[in-house]
Design a protein around this ligand. Structure first.
Ligand code: FAD
Length: 378
């Protein structure tokens, strides 16, 4: 049912729609409204809070289908911002009041964002400097975040702050705390960052100047934010693996259609092994990455350790997806460079997944250390 519903939506919001939205830097209001009406943001939200009560497996399936059937990265992006960054963080660590306040609204389309990255805390989250200082029953927040996607539209933000200075904690991984911040707020300033792709969604520098929020806005326990946010970052990896596989499948399908028609000498170009084999190889790698990603999602839903699978799936998916789009572009020849054929946009989109949410190197470092048992490389 999920695949059918997602395919129907993706057919209505196909590549031409996204070409236009990307070109005009325009938020896809009608697409988001359709997703909300079909219940997609609520997939991962429990039924008693207005959602469908399903898990990451179903979410990954929905995202992958939306992406591969025509939406490109957008099929994953908006659901990740609201349902995973916002919804799943609150499902896992919110108290009853926070769940009642936010979850039904997220299922009904309330937009969220995640503010983790800072100028000096990208790959190394433990360098977080944005501070939250206790003042009576409130916290006062000051600092800067980088690359915060959707901060212009979000009505809620999961914010990672430092509540205890790093020199005062017993362990490096302590001292960070999460907050739920209602937006917009005059103490939160956002400045757009021009970027290479995904121009239908904006990404920002965010400045906090004496933002006062009540103690009740803290998500989970104080000083344990590092451990709590990991529970959001694994599903985030799965969601971007779904996107990478989906973009790869979309690019392969379009390249195959083209390669069957396009004749340069006598036969269609798809009959040449130089065009056919790289696409066949990429398709095989994507199918393998999908299975690993489904396994990661299944483990997460069973509340079993899933970090190894989430990182390995991310590595496999980003390699396979990037390879697929690279060879698809080659199959299109010069037309692959023309915006009209969309491959160049998917190339811009898939390359983000090598850099975010976790960089390719850090996913490999995790596997090296935690799966292979090699010494920590950083
Ligand atoms: C379009 C876009 C949207 C984003 N949206 C969000 C968002 O909504 N919320 C949010 O919080 N963040 C967001 N990000 C931030 C993203 O998660 C970070 O860019 C990413 O985590 C990398 O951090 P950095 O850019 O600071 O890279 P750096 O940490 O500066 O790393 C630079 C390079 O060095 C490599 N490197 C660093 N240390 C090591 C090491 N020890 N071993 C090997 N290699 C190493 C990295 O892998 C990387 O290739 C977004 C980024 C982009 C581009």
């Amino acid at each position: 049912m999920i695949v059918e519903a997602a395919s129907d939506i993706a057919r209505d919001f196909g590549p031409e729609y996204w070409r236009e939205k990307d070109k005009k830097h325009e938020f896809p209001e009608d697409f988001w409204k359709t997703l909300v009406e079909a219940g997609f943001p609520g997939i991962i939200i429990p039924e008693n809070y207005g959602g469908a009560g399903m898990g990451m497996y179903e979410m990954v399936l929905a995202m992958e289908t939306l992406v591969s059937e025509g939406c490109g990265l957008a099929g994953e992006w908006f659901l990740c911002l609201s349902s995973i960054f916002g919804g799943l963080s609150i499902v896992q660590h919110g108290n009853e009041d926070q769940k009642k306040k936010y979850l039904p609204k997220i299922a009904a389309g309330l937009e969220f964002c995640l503010a983790l990255t800072e100028p000096d805390a990208g790959t190394n989250t433990l360098n977080t400097r944005t501070s939250a200082v206790k003042d009576g029953s409130d916290y006062i927040i000051n600092g800067q975040k980088m690359f915060i996607s959707g901060a212009d539209r979000a009505k809620g933000m999961v914010l990672i702050t430092r509540t205890t200075p790093s020199e005062k904690v017993a362990k490096r991984t302590l001292g960070l705390s999460l907050f739920l911040v209602d937006l917009p707020n005059p103490a939160v300033e956002i400045i757009p960052i021009e970027k290479h792709g995904i121009n239908y969604s904006k990404t920002f520098e965010v400045y906090f100047s004496d933002l006062r929020i009540p103690q009740e806005s803290m998500l989970g326990e104080p000083d344990k934010g590092w451990y709590l946010i990991l529970d959001t970052l694994n599903p985030e990896r799965m969601s971007f693996s779904a996107a990478s596989c989906g973009i790869g499948l979309l690019a392969i399908r379009k390249a195959v259609e083209y390669a069957k028609e396009r004749k340069v000498f006598r036969e269609p170009i798809g009959s040449h092994q130089a065009i056919q084999f790289p696409l066949a190889e990429a398709k095989s790698k994507i199918e393998a990455a999908r299975l690993l990603n489904f396994k990661a999602a299944w483990l997460f839903d069973k509340k079993l350790p899933c970090g190894a699978e989430a990182n390995m799936a991310k590595v496999a998916a980003v390699e396979a997806g990037t390879e697929a789009v690279y060879h698809a572009m080659q199959a299109f020849g010069g037309y692959g460079y023309a915006t009209e054929y969309d491959v160049e946009r998917w190339w811009r989109e898939v390359n983000l997944i090598r850099l975010a949410p976790v960089t390719h190197q850090m996913a490999l470092a995790f596997i090296g250390e935690h799966v292979l048992g090699l010494p920590k490389s950083y």
